[in-house]
Ligand binder design. Structure first.
Ligand SMILES: Cc1cc2nc3c(=O)[nH]c(=O)nc-3n(C[C@H](O)[C@H](O)[C@H](O)COP(=O)(O)OP(=O)(O)OC[C@H]3O[C@@H](n4cnc5c(N)ncnc54)[C@H](O)[C@@H]3O)c2cc1C
Length: 560
């Protein structure tokens, strides 16, 4: 469906049962739940799908070990269940992640943990072996009976040294447990969106929802059109923007959100990559904040910070945030020095946490819930939530919406494979070999497509062809994404539909070749194309720490 088609259909359906505002993972999850259950639903996203927190997460699919300290047992149990469901339903993107916690003390953190649990302390203390043992035992208990992943194990000083020779010598022990990571969260969201659309829903990006007169309207920021809409119910799934959205659609609601900003770095340093031994290191810095580093698509993802912020549009991974993250990394790997040009990408987002008076950001509850603000139309606000729990949160919002609309649930998504996770091969090697011989493509190309699109690679491989000249992608592949996945900007294509930006494969040449494809598909004038190029370079410089000069250096023969 082209943008034109979607807008025409929206105009023909001005009174849907539900309008979901916000195309992050939670809005998309609620949209999918409603559409699959036969509800007439529309989703509108002001920028691009997953351009908020849902593209800025640490990419962990986890129970949340540290939330146990805050007594959030229900959340951890639910998250572990959703993690295990995702390992089964989205095996193309969600993978097991062995995780090691270096331990520097034995009893430290016990007293402060207990006091925090009882609400008698707000201090964030360092965690010792006994506290970590307690947490990991609970983790294993919560998953007993399913055992999708191995239980935890402790290593003494010499075992730790053998596993991680570059680790700070002060580590007297370590503990290894298992969680999971997601390689392409944005693509997984797009797959769910497509399922909602296939079931009859309509979704439009680059279309903020605003109040217009006595009603609402989708304001098309691509062509400046306005599409009036009169839903029976609104779901406000705008994460860190919830309060701003309520204000802009004229809903009188109390303050619901108190977001915190977090930044990450993608590091291309072979010594650091080797030092991780294929695992995530889950460590705390000197102020007791948990940080992480793990191998991510050939590079290392390191994060994150946790700073209160009022305006989610102002979230930027700054040079100061970079310094903080590198300083904490040097506590665990003191001999590994990261050069500035080894930071190939950085990104930030806002955790949509419930409004809270907690003095320490790590103490703000991570759980999710929905609150309905009565009015015309009523507005159901989705507050809080982790990426890991998007399915159960979306189901909760959809159930509340369906109860109001008098619609009975007919599909449970708990056991439903997502997108290219359907028919995903248990053993990829023979699958890849068979498809390679059927299509004549190299096995490496087929394997890359399987990683990117899951089992859908079987239908896409022939069409995408053998060449991979644009940062590992063929022109046909990028043209397909532009035509079929609502790509309106270079950032949509290079930051979210693909992992080209995050894996450090952007260069001026890659940008220009992609711009040619986008420009041709949209029929842009040279001026319009030049404006898009400027705007993308500006975004890379201000939000992701990438200057035009650094992009030119990756591509020595092009000029900024
Ligand atoms: C630094 C960081 C690390 C994290 N790490 C993890 C992790 O490892 N694992 C995990 O499980 N969770 C993690 N999370 C949490 C997780 O990312 C979020 O809870 C989740 O992505 C929130 O999704 P959302 O859809 O509610 O919000 P968002 O993804 O922020 O989506 C809200 C959307 O609403 C849109 N919008 C705003 N106003 C309007 C309007 N008026 N009209 C239309 N659209 C509008 C925005 O553009 C945005 O796309 C992390 C979060 C951050 C920030």
């Amino acid at each position: 469906m082209t943008r034109e088609d979607i807008i025409e259909r929206l105009k023909a359906r001005p009174e849907p049962a539900v309008l979901v505002i916000g195309g992050g993972i939670n809005g998309i999850s609620a949209f999918r739940e409603l559409a699959l259950n036969g509800v007439d639903v529309v989703l509108a996203e002001k920028a691009d799908y997953c351009s908020g927190a849902s593209g800025a997460l640490s990419r962990m699919v986890h129970g949340g070990l540290r939330y146990l300290e805050n007594g959030e047992f229900k959340l951890v149990r639910e998250s572990l269940l959703e993690r295990d469901l995702l390992l089964a339903n989205a095996p193309h993107y969600v993978h097991p992640l062995p995780t090691t916690v270096p331990i520097f003390g034995v009893f430290s953190g016990l007293a402060s943990g207990a006091l925090r649990f009882l609400g008698l302390s707000r201090r964030q203390g360092r965690r010792g072996a006994v506290l970590i043992k307690l947490g990991l035992t609970l983790y294993d208990l919560f998953t007993a009976g399913r055992r999708a992943l191995p239980t935890h194990a402790f290593h003494g000083r010499s075992g730790t040294r053998r596993l991680f020779p570059a680790l700070n010598l002060g580590a007297r022990a370590s503990a290894t447990y298992h969680d999971a990571w997601v390689s392409r969260p944005e693509r997984l969201a797009l797959e769910m969106l497509a399922e909602g659309v296939a079931a009859g829903g309509l979704a439009l990006n680059h279309a903020p929802v605003i109040r217009a007169g006595s009603g609402l309207e989708l304001s098309d920021s691509v062509d400046g059109r306005a599409v009036p809409i009169r839903p029976r119910l609104v779901i406000n799934a705008t994460g860190g923007w919830i309060d701003l959205t309520n204000a802009s659609i004229g809903t009188r609601a109390p303050r619901l959100i108190g977001g915190t900003m977090g930044s990450h770095l993608i590091v291309d340093n072979p010594a650091l990559y080797r030092a991780l031994s294929g695992q995530m290191i889950y460590y705390e810095n000197e102020d007791g904040r948990i940080c992480i580093a793990f191998p991510y698509l050939g590079k290392v993802l390191v994060g994150s910070t946790d700073v209160r912020i009022d305006d989610p549009d102002a979230a930027v991974a700054s040079a100061a945030e970079q310094d903080y993250i590198l300083a904490s990394l040097s506590l665990v790997f003191p001999d590994i020095v990261i050069a500035p040009d080894e930071i190939v990408f950085r990104f930030a987002g806002v955790r949509p946490l419930p409004a809270s008076a907690a003095a320490v950001t790590g103490r703000i509850p991570r759980d999710h819930f929905c609150e309905v603000i009565e009015g015309t139309p009523p507005v159901l606000c989705m507050i809080g939530g982790k990426w890991t729990t998007f399915r159960s949160f979306g189901a909760l919002a959809a159930d509340m919406a369906m109860a109001r609309l008098g619609v009975a649930r007919r599909i449970d998504t708990a056991g439903l494979a997502i997108g290219g996770g359907r028919d995903y091969p248990g053993d990829p090697a023979p699958w890849v070999a068979e498809l390679a011989s059927r299509t004549g493509l190299a096995e490496t190309r087929v394997a890359a497509l399987l990683e990117r699109y899951g089992a859908r690679a079987a239908e896409l491989a022939q069409h995408f062809g053998p060449d991979a000249a644009i940062a590992g992608h063929s022109a046909a592949e990028l043209a397909y994404l532009i035509a079929n996945e609502q790509v309106e900007t270079l950032a949509d294509l290079l930051v979210r539909r693909t992992t080209i930006a995050i894996t450090g494969e952007l260069s001026l040449r890659v940008i220009d070749r992609s711009l040619d494809l986008l420009s041709a598909a949209r029929g842009w004038t040279a001026e319009r194309a030049a404006a898009e190029r400027r705007s993308f370079l500006d975004l890379l410089a201000t939000r992701h720490g990438l200057s035009a000069e650094s992009l030119a250096r990756r591509d020595p023969r092009t000029q900024p």
